[in-house]
Design a binder for this molecule. Structure first.
Ligand SMILES: [Zn+2]
Length: 249
């Protein structure tokens, strides 16, 4: 086994599917079909207010600075308004971020956040700290805010289905993430129906892509640990939200 053929033992995978109720749709009033960009879309021009339920202000500022790459690098027609030390009740925000360790990182998809009790988080950044290296911090923040904008996991994009070596994937993720086979199947092998998503061809460089080892597929498809927005990520968000109008001049 080569060095490139193992998941770093400390690599952590987002588990948003479980949180949005894909496996237990009845439990939180969502249906499985709902886990898609089309249905989760907030609408053009939306201003998303973001609050924090715990964590220190310097950590809030670190998250905010990283997440702003989404509007800044895309020029798309939406904005984030971070509530840091403004005295407002966090319950009034659209996206409510918690930092509870030990339960992973995940986010509600897009406007499905509106189905969450106002006192509850809509996003958890379970391993985000001030000590987390910059590329890992950027990766998890951009990924989870991608979900908050309505993006789904890129490996579930039906445009060009991934030819999985399922037994190898299950074996590795049982060992590295401690996931059950049911959780692995739901998080890795579910594919959206083409009519349910707004998307492009499968993009191995997407911030919404999981790292995929060459041994996990039967046709050589692989993806690395992506830590920045890909050109296709930016183009997709621009296409969905439209271009931000330029005033004045
Ligand atoms: Zn995710």
């Amino acid at each position: 086994m080569s060095e490139n053929d193992v998941i770093p033992h400390d690599h952590r995978f987002c588990s948003s599917l479980e949180d949005i109720g894909f496996q237990t749709p009845a439990a939180n009033g969502l249906v499985a079909r709902a886990a898609l960009l089309n249905a989760a879309f907030w609408g053009r021009g939306v201003k998303l207010r973001v609050s924090f339920l715990d964590g220190a202000p310097e950590l809030h500022r670190r998250v905010a600075a990283l997440a702003q790459a989404w509007p800044q690098e895309t020029g798309a027609n939406f904005s984030f308004e971070f509530w840091i030390g403004n005295g407002l009740d966090p319950a009034g925000a659209d996206i409510r971020v918690a930092f509870q360790p030990g339960i992973g990182s995940f986010s509600r998809l897009g406007r499905f956040a509106q189905a969450v009790d106002r006192r509850e988080r809509t996003m958890n950044l379970g391993w985000m700290t001030m000590a987390l290296p910059e590329d890992e911090a950027r990766a998890v923040v951009l990924h989870e805010f991608g979900h908050a904008l309505g993006l789904v996991h890129e490996h579930m994009n039906p445009a060009r289905p991934i030819d999985w070596n399922k037994e190898k994937v299950r074996q590795d993720l049982r060992a590295s993430q401690g996931w059950s086979d049911d959780k692995i199947d739901a998080n890795m092998f579910h594919r959206y129906d083409p009519g349910q998503i707004f998307g492009t061809d499968v993009d191995a460089a997407s911030i919404m892509m999981y790292p995929i080892l060459p041994s996990w597929t039967r046709n050589g498809f692989a993806a690395g640990f992506n830590t920045v927005l890909s050109e296709a990520d930016k183009a997709l968000i621009r296409k969905a939200y439209g271009l931000r109008p330029v005033f004045g001049g």
